[in-house]
Design a protein around this ligand. Structure first.
Ligand code: ATP
Ligand code: PAF
Ligand code: BAL
Length: 378
C-alpha cells in the first residue's frame, strides 16, 4: 500500500499524470485479470515493445523473418504453414490470437477451441523434426510465439463486432463483401484489421496463409498490394484428413456422426475438379458436377440436404483466381487463367441426439475449395 501511495500520481499542469511505477502496476493488474502468462518451450511475446526489440536486432543481423498468423488449436494444416516458413526463412514467428472483431455477435467466439499446451507440444515436435533435418541444410528456427492480449491488439477502443461498430478498421471491398463476407458481414473487416496490426508489429519478410481459406488469402494479397505493405504473401496447399475433409480447428465441434457426413464437401469439389481436368469448361456444368454429389450422397428434404443432420449449402461458387469475381453459370472458365471452385456448408445439430455431446451440439460452418489450374492454350 505504502509503495502504491509513493507511486501515486503527480500533478502536472492541472492534469493528473500517473508515475511510471503506477502505470506499470495498473497495466500488470489489467493484464493479470485478462490473461495468465502462458508457459512455452519458445519465447512468448505478450506485448509489442519486447517483440519490437528483438525484431530490430534481427534487421541489424540481416535475418529473414517469416510469420504465420493463427488462432491456435493447431493442426497439421497450421504446421504445414510453419514448416514452409521454416524452409524459407531464418526465423519464424507464429501468432496465436483469437481475434474478436472477425466474429459476428452471434458466432462462436466464446466457444472457439483453446489448446495452448497441445499447440506448444506440436510446435516443439516440429522444431525437433527441423533440427534433425538441419543436417541436410534446413534453415529456420521458431524464434517466438506472439500471443497478445486483446488490450494490446485494440489499445484505444474496445473491439466491436457490430456491423456499424466504431473503431479503427481496415476494409477491403468489394472482395470482402462476397461469399464468406456475405454470410459473415464483419469477418473480413476483422481479418484485414488484425492482419494489418500483426504485420505492423512483426514486420515479416514473408507471411503464410492457407489455401483452405482461399478468399482470405486473396484479400490479404490485395491488402498488401494496396497498402504497400513490405511483405510477400505465400499461400500453402490445403491439408486434408484421410477421407478428404479439409483440416480445420472447428472440425472438433462436429462429433462422431456429423463428422462422417461432411466428407461430402470435399468429395463434391474434387468431383467437379475432375470434370474440369477432363475438359469441362462450362461454369454451370462444373458447379452441377459438385451439386450432384450432394444430391447423390444425401437425402434432399425441405430444400436442404440431410444425412444424420441437415446440411445447408450456403454457396458453391466458381470464381476467377485473382479477384474472386464470379464466373456466371452461362459462361465458361478461361483456360489461360483457370478458376477457383469454393463452397460453404452449414451443418446443423443432429436431428435425434443419442448422447450428451449430441444434445449440446452447435451448427458448424465448413468451407473448402479446389483450384482449377490454368492450362497452356494452343
Ligand atoms: N487444412 C488447412 N490446410 C492449410 N492451411 C490451413 C488449413 N486450415 C487452416 N489453415 C490456415 O491456417 C491459418 C490459421 O487458420 P485458423 O487458425 O483460423 O485455423 P482454421 O483451422 O482455419 O480454423 P477455423 O476452423 O476457425 O476456420 C490460416 O491461414 C488458414 O488458412
Ligand atoms: C488470419 C487470422 C489468424 C486472423 O485472425 C485468421 O483469420 C485465421 O486464422 O485464418
Ligand atoms: N479460418 C479463418 C478464421 C475464421 O473462420 O474465423
Amino acid at each position: 500500500m505504502a509503495s502504491t501511495m509513493r507511486a501515486l500520481s503527480t500533478q502536472s499542469r492541472g492534469r493528473i499524470r500517473l508515475s511510471r511505477r503506477l502505470q506499470h502496476l495498473v497495466s500488470q493488474r489489467y493484464l493479470s485479470t485478462t490473461s495468465s502468462r502462458p508457459t512455452a518451450p519458445f519465447p512468448v511475446f505478450r506485448d509489442v515493445p519486447s517483440l519490437r526489440t528483438l525484431r530490430r536486432q534481427m534487421f541489424r543481423d540481416g535475418k529473414q523473418v517469416g510469420f504465420v498468423p493463427t488462432m491456435g488449436a493447431l493442426h497439421d494444416g497450421h504446421l504445414s504453414l510453419v514448416r514452409e516458413a521454416l524452409r524459407e526463412n531464418t526465423d519464424v514467428f507464429v501468432s496465436i490470437y483469437v481475434n474478436p472483431t472477425q466474429f459476428g455477435v452471434n458466432e462462436d467466439l466464446d466457444k472457439y477451441p483453446k489448446t495452448w499446451e497441445a499447440d506448444m507440444q506440436k510446435l516443439l515436435e516440429l522444431k525437433k523434426e527441423f533440427r534433425e533435418a538441419s543436417e541436410e541444410g534446413a534453415v529456420g528456427e521458431i524464434c517466438g510465439i506472439f500471443a497478445p492480449t486483446t488490450k494490446v491488439m485494440y489499445p484505444i477502443m474496445p473491439p466491436s463486432s457490430e456491423i456499424g461498430g466504431e473503431g479503427s478498421f481496415v476494409t477491403i471491398t468489394p472482395i470482402g463483401k462476397w461469399l464468406e463476407g456475405a454470410s459473415r458481414p464483419v469477418f473480413f473487416r476483422g481479418v484485414a484489421t488484425v492482419c494489418t496490426k500483426l504485420f505492423n508489429i512483426v514486420q515479416p519478410d514473408r507471411v503464410y496463409f492457407g489455401q483452405k481459406d482461399v478468399q482470405q488469402s486473396v484479400l490479404i494479397r490485395r491488402m498488401v498490394k494496396d497498402f504497400h505493405i513490405p511483405t510477400e504473401v505465400r499461400v500453402i496447399a490445403t491439408s486434408r484428413e484421410p477421407d478428404g475433409l479439409a483440416m480445420s480447428s472447428r472440425n472438433v465441434y462436429l462429433g462422431e456422426r456429423r463428422r462422417k457426413d461432411v466428407a461430402v464437401l470435399s468429395r463434391a469439389l474434387l468431383r467437379a475438379q475432375e470434370a474440369y481436368n477432363q475438359g469441362e469448361l462450362s461454369a454451370n456444368a462444373i458447379r452441377r458436377a459438385a451439386l450432384e454429389v450432394f444430391e447423390r450422397s444425401l437425402e434432399k428434404r425441405d430444400g436442404a440436404y440431410w444425412g444424420c443432420q441437415k446440411i445447408e449449402i450456403d454457396y458453391v461458387a466458381l470464381t476467377r483466381p485473382d479477384d474472386m469475381t464470379t464466373i456466371e453459370d452461362e459462361h465458361s472458365v478461361n483456360l489461360s487463367e483457370g478458376a477457383i471452385l469454393s463452397a460453404a456448408i452449414k451443418v446443423w445439430p443432429v436431428t435425434h441426439p443419442l448422447s450428451e455431446e449430441e444434445k449440446n451440439q452447435i451448427s458448424v460452418r465448413l468451407i473448402d475449395n479446389v483450384i482449377l489450374e490454368a492450362k497452356a492454350v494452343q
